[in-house]
Structures are given as structure tokens and as C-alpha cells.
Design a protein around this ligand. Structure first.
Ligand code: F0G
Length: 454
């Protein structure tokens, strides 16, 4: 269904935006036929374990498809999985102590444990299921890196219905893509086009050329991607024994994740499986702060779908005229024109959300704290900790609120950001509050003793 004009289309119409008004589409289910199966009864009864003898172990092993009744757009036999979403909520008391939160109140949802090392795999399992159902062969995206890595991995492991291998085409900006991500796209065999331009240019190109080149686009403009990403929230709830937390904190780039999260909670509420909504905090980088600018500075709101399109258009016009581009050390979220803006506004409305922006320094310090006290993460994910620190300082979040920070990508995705932080080429560049500088020693016992202070 269209978010704006509410036109509806059938599942097998392979369209990404509304032919009549151009807005992005949303998946709507007819829930009237759904009998809540015993496997979902945990939402109301708080039963911890659930047993599904009737379905295959393969699907139950996927952190996406074990909730398949909540994204029921395909039959079980058609679901594609590479074992994505086997991620767990981690209680982070040591990190909480560092930033002034009470024990038992901070949780990290580390999506770096996915097969390609980022949350994108949740969405890709769903998008590839649909690509295959539609008989599509050429699967494509624009990317700041992680989407391309995930797409390349799923394409390498998926055949079309008629048994041909899928073809992966990825467009990445030529300047900022992190080494780990580019390495994955190349290694998994994707046709990798390094476009002389930024992510926003790649995104425009991919949408414009999809029709003519027969590309099935699996960026988050594809609503099935967001269906898969809803399950991150189901796992968070599962980790909290089906209790709704007070806050979900997530970095904002193209705004797919926060859009999916809002949809997940809206549907759970509609189904009567939860009795309250958590609040949402979306964190922009200072240098890629379109959502912050529109939502906080200019007061843009969803208003039940009647958001001010003219305000957004004029903002983008001014941006173009001034030649403004996004710039941040968190290359994953270096995006100036987020395609999911309307859906993100919907999530912010539904979840009484806030938006904040944080500096590159704060992002890198946040990332270092996750490295030291969590499992590590890439810079974009560090924005969640920086955002949480800011919201604690502003007393928007209290030390006793139960907060879940979504860590979107693996620490090894962007090793140079980590090395530059801990071991800068010039010692005077070592500005990180948590830098852990290596110590150079000569190859003898005395030197080691001196270095250890023994
Ligand atoms: N964190 C990481 C590690 C990402 O790779 C991305 C987006 C985001 C956060 C932002 O999520 O777009 O849902 O708001 N990466 C995309 C890509 C754009 O191409 O890999 P979002």
C-alpha cells in the first residue's frame, strides 16, 4: 500500500514506488485470517521457550524466519535463509557504568554477528525471497558498503527458480567505502561499479536505471527489506523476555531501520501482542543530518501521512543550490537524501521519537567504548552510544530507563577507522578519549618490564 495516497497493489506487481504519485510502498497484510498460533503466544503469556516441531530446523535457525507468521508474504518452501539474525541482546553493565546508566538498564543488540557482518542480512533474506518468487535474476543496489556486501553474499548463494545463478550489481561511491565492505563485494563476486560520486548519486542512478536494465533493487526502497528488518525488534523483545523496553536507539542513514522498527511495533500493537510502545531515538551524524534538520530544526512531522512535502522539496533544492554533500567519518550513514524519510517520520510519530545529531569525535569515542566494553562495532553504530550519552546529559533519557542500542555493523568492517583512532600516524592526532596506543619496545626483556611498569 502507498504510504501517501493509500493506493493498493497486488504482491506480484514488481514495483517499488506508486505509479500514480511516486511515493514508496508499504506492505499491508490482511490479519483477519490470522489465528495467533501457539508459537506467538509468548507475547501475551510471557512464556520463555517455544517449540515448533512442525517446521524445519533451517527456518527456525534463522532469526528472521522464526517469526515468519509476522511477515507472511511467502510460503515456507520459498523462504531464503543463510542463517541471518542469530544475534542476541547483550546486557552491558560495564558500558552502562561508564556513561552513567544504572546496572541492568543498558542493552546492546549487536547485528555484526550476521553472515555478512551487518543488520542488512535480515532484510536481504526477505528481499531475495521476493526476488526469486518474482523470477528476477539481476539484483542490484546502491550502497555505502554494507548493503553491497550483503547483496553480494545472498546473490552468491541463491539461484533463480529455473536454477540459474543470480547476478549481483552494486554501485558504490568511489571515495568513502570502508575496506572491509568493498572487500566483501569483490570477494563474493558482485559486479562492483565504483561510481565517481557519493551515495546519493548512486541511489538516484540505481532507481533511474532499474527499469531499463531489468534490475531488482534491494535497497531499503524495497519494502520487503524492511519486513526482514522488523525481526531485529522481535529479537530485542525476546531478549527482554517479551517486555517492551523504554527506548530503542538507532543510527539514521537512509532511515530503513528506524522505519522497519516503527512498523514492527505498530503491527505488534495492532495484533494485541504488546500493550505499550517503546520510544525511539534516531541518531544522525553532524555531517549527514537531514532528518535532524527537518524534524528538530524545522518541525517536520508525519501528521498521519499529511507531512509537508513542500518543506522537504525546498530543503533539497537549497541543498543542491549550495552544493552541500554529506560528510562524516561514519561512512555507512553518509547520506544527504534518505529515501525512507516518510516512513521514518511515521515511526517517530508512533514511537514518540526524538532525533539527535552527534559529532564525528563523539561517534568515534562511542565506538571505542563499545570496543572496550561490548563486542566492538563500526563507526555508524558508535553513534548510538554518542546519542545515548547526549540524551542522558539532556535528561531526556534517565539513568534508570531500559535502553537498547542497535549496533548495526561489525567492528572489522572499517579497520582503518579503528586503527586511526588508537594509533594515529602523528601522535598529536591522538585526540580520542579512549585511545589505546600501542607501545613500541625493543626486543629485550628489560624493555618489556619497563613498558609494563614492573
Ligand atoms: N549502520 C550501518 C553499519 C549501515 O551500513 C547503515 C546503512 C546504517 C547504519 C544506516 O541504516 O540506512 O537503515 O538508516 N547502510 C546502507 C548501505 C546505506 O548502503 O550499506 P539506515
Amino acid at each position: 500500500m502507498n504510504v501517501g495516497c493509500r493506493a493498493t497493489y497486488e504482491l506480484d506487481e514488481a514495483i517499488l514506488s506508486c505509479p500514480s504519485c511516486g511515493e514508496l510502498l508499504d506492505i499491508r497484510y490482511d490479519w483477519s485470517g490470522l489465528e495467533i498460533p501457539p508459537s506467538l503466544s509468548f507475547f501475551s503469556s510471557r512464556v520463555q521457550s517455544f517449540d515448533r516441531q512442525t517446521v524445519t530446523a533451517r527456518l527456525n535457525n534463522s532469526g528472521v524466519w522464526r517469526y515468519r507468521e509476522l511477515l507472511p508474504f511467502a510460503r515456507e518452501d520459498d523462504l531464503i535463509t543463510l542463517g541471518e539474525g542469530r544475534t542476541h541482546l547483550q546486557q552491558a553493565d560495564n558500558l552502562a557504568a561508564q556513561i552513567g546508566q544504572r546496572p541492568g538498564c543498558l542493552f546492546l543488540q549487536y547485528e555484526g554477528f550476521n553472515p555478512s557482518g551487518s543488520f542488512k542480512d535480515n532484510g536481504m533474506a526477505a528481499a531475495f525471497t521476493m526476488a526469486r518468487l518474482l523470477g528476477r535474476r539481476r539484483v542490484a543496489c546502491a550502497s555505502t558498503g554494507n548493503t553491497s556486501a550483503s547483496l553480494a553474499l545472498y546473490a552468491a548463494h541463491t539461484n533463480t527458480k529455473s536454477g540459474e545463478p543470480m547476478q549481483a550489481v552494486v554501485l558504490v561511491g568511489n571515495e568513502k567505502i570502508a575496506a572491509g565492505k568493498l572487500a566483501q563485494a569483490l570477494d563474493f563476486g558482485a559486479k562492483t561499479l565504483q561510481v565517481r560520486g557519493d551515495f546519493d548519486a548512486c541511489m538516484r542512478l540505481i532507481v533511474e536505471s532499474a527499469g531499463r536494465l531489468g534490475l531488482y533493487v534491494v535497497n531499503s526502497v524495497n519494502p520487503f527489506r524492511l519486513e526482514g528488518q522488523k525481526t531485529i525488534m522481535y529479537r530485542v523483545l525476546e531478549g527482554l523476555n517479551w517486555e517492551v523496553p523504554d527506548w530503542i536507539v538507532v543510527p539514521g542513514g537512509n532511515l530503513g531501520n528506524c522505519s522497519a522498527f516503527g512498523k514492527a511495533f505498530l503491527e505488534l500493537a495492532e495484533l494485541g501482542l504488546i500493550d505499550r510502545m517503546p520510544r525511539l531515538a534516531v541518531i544522525n551524524a553532524d555531517g549527514a543530518d537531514t532528518l535532524h534538520e527537518l524534524f528538530v530544526e524545522r518541525g517536520l512531522r508525519y501528521h498521519g501521512g499529511r507531512w509537508d512535502r513542500a518543506m522537504v522539496e525546498s530543503y533539497y533544492r537549497d541543498m543542491k543550490a549550495a552544493g552541500r554533500k554529506a560528510h562524516t567519518v561514519a561512512s555507512a550513514i553518509e547520506i544527504a537524501q534518505p529515501v525512507n524519510l516518510p516512513k521514518a517520520l511515521r515511526s517517530l510519530e508512533a514511537m514518540d521519537g526524538v532525533v539527535r545529531r552527534v559529532s564525528d569525535e563523539a561517534i568515534l569515542d562511542g565506538k571505542a567504548l563499545v570496543g572496550r566494553y561490548g563486542f566492538g562495532c563500526e563507526p555508524a553504530s558508535g553513534a548510538t552510544i554518542a546519542g545515548l550519552q547526549l540524551l542522558l546529559q539532556q535528561q531526556v533519557i534517565s539513568p534508570g530507563d531500559r535502553v537498547v542500542c542497535i549496533l548495526t555493523g561489525h567492528a572489522l568492517k572499517d579497520p582503518s577507522a579503528t586503527i586511526d583512532y588508537h594509533r594515529p600516524l602523528q601522535p598529536e592526532d591522538a585526540r580520542g578519549r579512549y585511545s589505546n596506543r600501542p607501545v613500541s619496545v625493543s626486543a629485550d626483556f628489560e624493555a618489556i618490564c619497563r613498558a609494563l611498569g614492573d
